[in-house]
Design a protein. Structure first.
Length: 315
């Protein structure tokens, strides 16, 4: 899909169109087709990067100043923390911006709404700065959601009440889901930080001082989010260790009970085996109270170890 934003507003360009509107300032390609690629290439007279090129992880493919065009790629961009990341490519020119993405993102819609509502003329640099602000705000919102879920999970993990092993196993799954979302957010922040830092450190002539200062603030926001990501990583690791510790405690309790049961059952089994032998000459065989005495001794042989374990605090 090709969406063109210009001074006359927003327009969705058909896939078989020969050219986009003449006043287009932002070419937004979402899951583009080859025809849409060629349409934008004809309008901008630039060669657009393919999805494979945007996915490349080497630094030379991520950030490059090609003449007066900034070519910026984010190999792992999480449009949604619940889905795998996809690549994001940006071409920033003095008079226009080209974005190539492979998923829907609220940040792009937010930027488009602010673009359409702006009364001042837009260009590639101002649109790029607005898009970076929206993307960072979107990542921050997702991190806040992860923080809120982690806080709620922390209460359930550490609350001083009984937790079943099944509940603890479910908590392990929640921790894994939160860590996956945090990893996707971290990959997005890393990619955005690199392209913003490159644009800030290697500004072309048409990137004026106010926009450079704005990009510097965006870069600082990304650094702050990175510190928050580190804190959340430590917290999730703590919750993981706590859940695994509780699971080990539950398993040890089961093993302890089975061990006590096996130890307690040994004396009664031995005595029952001895008194259950079918020999004529047995000392207790002709005693009038032999049977009750044998049962009493067998019961005591089980109760006394239990009493001793209880006194030692093992039960």
């Amino acid at each position: 899909m090709l969406i063109c934003h210009g001074r006359s507003g927003r327009a969705s360009v058909p896939a078989d169109a020969e050219s986009p509107p003449a006043d287009t300032l932002w070419f937004d390609l979402c899951d583009p087709t080859p025809d849409e690629f060629r349409c934008v290439e004809r309008a901008t007279r630039l060669r657009l990067p393919t999805e494979e090129h945007i996915r490349a992880i080497e630094m030379s493919s991520r950030t490059r100043l090609d003449g007066d065009v900034l070519r910026l790629n984010v190999p792992f961009f999480a449009h949604d923390l619940s889905r795998p990341p996809s690549p994001l490519g940006l071409l920033v020119a003095p008079t226009f911006l080209v974005s190539i993405r492979y998923g829907d993102s609220p940040a792009f819609e937010r930027t488009a709404e602010s673009f359409d509502a702006a009364e001042t003329p837009r260009d590639g640099a101002t649109t790029f700065a607005a898009l970076m602000r929206a993307l960072v705000a979107e990542v921050a919102d997702r991190l806040e959601a992860v923080i809120a879920e982690a806080g709620e999970l922390s209460v359930r993990v550490l609350v001083p009440q009984g937790r079943s092993t099944r509940q603890l196993n479910a908590m392990l799954g929640e921790i894994g889901r939160l860590e996956g979302g945090l990893t996707r957010a971290r990959q997005t922040m890393t990619g955005l930080s690199r392209i913003v830092g490159f644009a800030q450190e290697n500004p072309p002539d048409w990137l004026d001082k106010p926009l450079q200062a704005e990009l510097k603030l965006v870069h600082k926001d990304l650094d702050a989010l990175g510190e928050l990501d580190g804190q959340m990583t430590d917290k999730l690791q703590f919750l993981l260790d706590a859940v695994l510790g509780f699971i080990n405690i539950d398993q040890n309790e089961v093993i302890k009970i089975l061990t006590v049961a096996s130890v307690v059952s040994i004396p009664p089994v031995i005595l029952a085996g001895i008194w259950g032998m079918n020999f004529v000459n047995m000392l207790e065989l002709k005693l009038p109270w032999g049977y009750p005495v044998a049962l009493t001794v067998i019961v005591l042989s089980a109760v006394l170890p239990l009493f001793w374990f209880k006194r030692r605090g093992w039960l």
